[in-house]
Write a protein that binds this ligand. Structure first.
Ligand code: ADP
Length: 397
């Protein structure tokens, strides 16, 4: 069965065509910078790889172009759009309404629309992707897989903010994000551990960064909150700050609320500390002796360590620490900094295993480490395809 996976962002559409249950990837690509004059269109199959730059004015045109290529007699991988049986959409915010993957109906679309207020940058683009896909692939079943759903198991004591109760009733609480990735890598770690009970911390370190405490397969706490802005230091986001600084910026330094928002989400984090948003550049500069870059790396690792400490306390122990996403999978330097000085918790890194890249679930702890340290490449597309396939084949758990 062919499943088209769509991850529609504010100015991009990532897509993948996958055969399920064999998990064979037939086509993968991205349309980036939608709405600009130099939109980048990437398309790759077993026999074609191309990159085109041309104006693509909106998501509708972008998705139509993807469909045209999929159906192209020479470059395509399908002969008829009816071959696509499911279009599975990543939807960022499912609020409290969606604790699992859902078949898309008018009611589901209305609810995703209502949740736009909670995720103004993401849900409108996700919804637009759904509407376009319904139009272009009208015979396919449409499914929504939510980034927040995995965190619906977080207990009230962990997800409620200590503000008057009426705000909790209004839906102001921790929702959590990157759930598809945390779900995927924690399941891989559980399979690796082969234990009936498990305490795992998953570190998703990419442009956005978050950490989840996963006990017996369920998310019990998570570093992002009501929005994906708090917690760890990210590429351009500050993560945790004292909210009092927002009032100081507005009342004493004359910032508008819009300016503060831009400052904390787009100009802070590693970019604000070093002038670089990409960790590869920061590592290179740090090695050359750049003090700002060295300090930013230390701050980043220190923040992660503090979250690990608090989640070990929350779970009363730890069986595995999992690194994933662009930085988690590739930066042996940051992994080493995070694991340093954690021996008292049973976290012991094998420095040479950490440096020598390996495939699949990659164990980088010493043999006497009581905690497994694992590098597990995330695969959100596969998780989305699996959940959509399971939902429509009656094996959804
Ligand atoms: P996104 O959150 O956009 O999906 P990714 O998971 O692809 O992001 O992670 C992107 C980040 O991964 C980049 O900021 C880059 O700093 C980091 N990264 C990728 N490769 C390496 C590497 N070899 N060493 C250090 N950092 C890397």
């Amino acid at each position: 069965m062919k499943i088209l996976i769509i991850n529609s962002g504010s100015s991009s559409i990532k897509y993948q065509l996958m055969e399920m249950p064999s998990q064979q990837i037939r086509c993968t690509g991205i349309v980036e910078r939608i709405g600009y004059s130099d939109t980048i269109f990437k398309y790759r199959t077993d026999f074609v790889e191309l990159l085109e730059t041309e104006p693509i004015k909106n998501h509708k045109v972008g998705l139509q172009k993807i469909a045209d290529y999929l159906l192209n007699p020479k470059k395509g991988v399908i002969k008829d759009s009816k071959e696509i049986k499911i279009v599975a959409h990543r939807v960022v915010h499912g609020g409290n309404t969606f604790s699992r993957t859902a078949r898309i109906t008018s009611e589901v679309k209305n609810k995703i629309q209502q949740l736009c207020a909670l995720a103004p940058l993401h849900n409108p683009a996700n919804l637009e992707g759904i509407l376009m896909a319904e139009h272009i692939f009208s015979s396919a079943k449409q499914v929504a897989v939510f980034d927040t759903a995995f965190h619906q198991t977080i207990s009230t004591k962990a997800k409620k903010y200590a503000i008057p109760n009426e705000f909790f009733e209004k839906g102001i609480q921790v929702y959590g994000f990157h759930g598809i990735s945390h779900d995927y890598v924690s399941k891989k770690a559980i399979a690796f551990l082969k234990q009936s009970e498990s305490k795992i911390i998953t570190l998703h370190l990419g442009n956005g960064c978050s950490v989840t405490a996963v006990q017996n397969g369920q998310s019990i706490d998570h570093s992002m909150g009501f929005t994906p802005s708090n917690g760890l230091i990210m590429g351009t986001r500050s993560g945790d700050v004292d909210h009092g600084l927002i009032f100081y910026l507005v009342n004493s330094l004359g910032y508008s609320l819009e300016d503060v928002n831009t400052l904390l989400l787009k100009k802070s984090g590693m970019l604000g500390l070093t002038g670089h948003g990409d960790l590869r550049d920061i590592q290179r500069e740090a090695e050359k002796g750049n003090k700002d870059c060295q300090l930013a790396m230390q701050m980043n690792a220190y923040r992660i360590k503090k979250y690990i400490g608090s989640y070990v306390a929350a779970m009363n122990g730890l069986d595995a620490l999992v690194f994933t996403a662009g930085i988690g999978e590739n930066s042996n330097v940051l992994r080493a900094m995070v694991c340093e000085g954690m021996e008292y918790m049973g976290i012991r890194l094998d420095k040479s295993k950490n440096r020598n890249k390996s495939d699949g679930v990659w164990e980088i702890n010493t043999s006497d480490s009581s905690v497994k340290i694992l590098v597990i490449p995330t695969n959100e597309e596969l998780e989305i395809a699996r959940q959509a396939h399971a939902l429509l084949n009656g094996s959804h758990n």
